[in-house]
Design a protein around this ligand. Structure first.
Ligand SMILES: NC(=O)c1ccc[n+]([C@@H]2O[C@H](COP(=O)([O-])OP(=O)(O)OC[C@H]3O[C@@H](n4cnc5c(N)ncnc54)[C@H](O)[C@@H]3O)[C@@H](O)[C@H]2O)c1
Length: 349
C-alpha cells in the first residue's frame, strides 16, 4: 500500500476526465499537501487533452493502468455511476485511498462491500457531498444541533430543475438504470437530500412516487416523497429535471422555535423565536473554483479534508457510512414507488 507520513504530499490520480473532473483538478492544484500526478479516461483523446490542459504528468487510457501505478496514493473516481463502486473496490484492493463522486454506488451491496474493503485495508474512503462543506450548511447544522430551531416539525427539499432532451442522449450513461442507477433523485436531488438528512438525522420510512413525466428515459425525471425522520419530524422531497424555469434547490427546516431556508447555497430565511431577525450571508466565490454554479464552491474543502484525513489517519467528514445514508433513502423511495407501500429503512419497523 502507498503510505503517507505527516510531512509527505499525497499523490492523486483522477479516473474519468469528463464534466466534473476539472473541478477536482483545480481543487487539487490549490491544495498544499497534494499533487495530481495521473489521469485516466477510456477516451484516449479526452485523457490526453485533460493531461495537457492541467499539466498532469501521466495519462492512462484505462483505470486499470492508473490503479496499478505504485506511485499513486489516492484516487478520485469521476466516472459514470455504475463504475464508481467497481473501480473504487479495485483501487482499494490495490491499497489506494478513495474519494468517490456521488453516488458512491448504484446499490447498497456494492456500497457495503466498498466500506468493508476500505476498513480492512485501513484506507480512507470519502464521498463527494460538497454542499455539507458550504458555510450556510455548517451554520444550519450548528443551529439544529444546538436545538435553536426547537422541535423540528417539517424538513423538506425541493429540486426543480430543467434539463433539455439532449442531456439524456441515448448514447449517454444518464437516464438508464444499469449505468445511472436512477434519475433525478440519485443524480441531482441527492445533494440536497444528503444535506437535509445530515441536518435532521436518520430517516425512518418513506412513501414515494417516481417516474418519467417528460423525458424519454427508463429512470425517473420526476419524483415526490413523504419522509418520516427517526426524530419524529416529517418532510417532503420534490424533484424534477423537467420543470421550467429552473429554480435554485431549496431546503426548508421548520421547528417550534425557528425556521431556516437555504436556496442555491444561500440562507434566504433565518427566523428564530425571540431573536433579532438577521439573515447571515455567506460568500460563495472561491478563486480556486471552476465548475457549474450548482456544484457550489466546496469541492476544494472536500478534497482538503480528505488529504488531512489521510495524514491524520482519521475518517473523512463524509466517509463511506455517511455517503451510504442518502442512498438508502433514495432506494427506499424507488421501492415505495414500485410497490405502492411505505418502506421502512433498516427493516426494523
Ligand atoms: N459533486 C458534484 O456536484 C458533481 C457534479 C457533476 C457530476 N458529478 C458526478 O461525477 C461523475 C461524473 O459525471 P460527469 O458529468 O463528469 O460525467 P461525464 O460523462 O462527463 O464523464 C465521465 C467520464 O468517465 C469516462 N469513463 C468511462 N468509463 C471509464 C473507465 N472505465 N475508466 C476511465 N474513464 C472512464 C468517460 O469517458 C467520461 O470522460 C458522476 O458520478 C456524477 O454524478 C458530481
Amino acid at each position: 500500500m502507498a503510505s503517507a507520513t505527516q510531512d509527505s504530499r499525497i499523490r492523486f490520480g483522477v479516473i474519468g476526465c469528463g464534466v466534473v473532473a476539472p473541478t477536482h483538478a483545480i481543487a487539487l492544484e490549490g491544495i498544499e499537501r497534494a499533487d495530481l500526478v495521473a489521469v485516466a479516461d477510456s477516451s484516449a483523446s479526452r485523457v490526453q487533452n485533460f493531461a495537457r490542459e492541467f499539466g498532469v504528468p501521466k495519462a492512462y487510457a484505462g483505470h486499470e493502468e492508473l490503479i496499478a501505478d505504485a506511485d499513486i496514493d489516492a484516487i478520485c473516481v469521476c466516472t459514470p455511476h455504475h463504475l464508481h463502486a467497481p473501480i473504487a473496490i479495485e483501487a482499494a484492493r490495490a491499497g489506494k485511498h478513495v474519494l468517490i463522486e456521488k453516488p458512491m454506488a448504484t446499490n447498497l451491496a456494492d456500497a457495503d462491500e466498498l466500506i468493508r474493503i476500505c476498513d480492512e485495508g485501513d484506507l480512507r474512503l470519502g464521498v463527494v457531498f460538497q454542499h455539507r462543506f458550504d458555510a450556510a450548511s455548517a451554520h444550519i447544522k450548528h443551529l439544529v444541533d444546538e436545538g435553536d430551531l426547537g422541535t423540528i416539525a417539517l424538513a423538506s427539499v425541493y429540486v426543480k430543475w430543467f434539463r433539455a432532451a439532449d442531456y439524456y442522449d441515448p448514447s449517454s450513461w444518464r437516464g438508464k438504470w444499469d449505468t445511472a442507477g436512477g434519475g433525478v433523485l440519485i443524480n441531482q436531488a441527492i445533494h440536497a437530500l444528503d444535506v437535509l438528512c445530515w441536518f435532521v438525522g436518520d430517516v425512518k420510512s418513506v412513501m414515494g412516487y417516481a417516474g418519467a413525466r417528460v423525458h424519454d428515459i427508463e429512470v425517473e425525471d420526476t419524483a415526490a416523497a413523504a419522509i418520516r425522520f427517526a426524530c419524529g419530524a416529517f418532510g417532503v422531497v420534490e424533484a424534477s429535471t423537467t420543470t421550467y424555469p429552473q429554480t435554485d434547490e431549496r431546503i426548508e427546516i421548520a421547528g417550534s422555535a425557528g425556521t431556516v431556508t437555504i436556496e442555491g447555497g444561500q440562507i434566504v430565511q433565518h427566523e428564530l423565536a425571540g431573536r433579532r431577525a438577521e439573515t447571515p450571508e455567506f460568500v460563495l466565490e472561491d478563486s480556486r473554483f471552476r465548475g457549474k454554479s450548482y456544484y457550489g464552491t466546496s469541492h476544494p474543502r472536500v478534497i482538503e479534508d480528505f488529504v488531512e484525513a489521510i495524514h491524520e489517519g482519521r475518517a473523512p467528514a463524509v466517509d463511506g457510512r455517511e455517503g451510504r445514508k442518502v442512498l438508502e433513502v433514495i432506494f427506499a423511495i424507488y421501492e415505495s414507488s414500485r410497490t405502492g407501500r411505505e418502506v421502512v429503512l433498516g427493516g426494523d419497523g
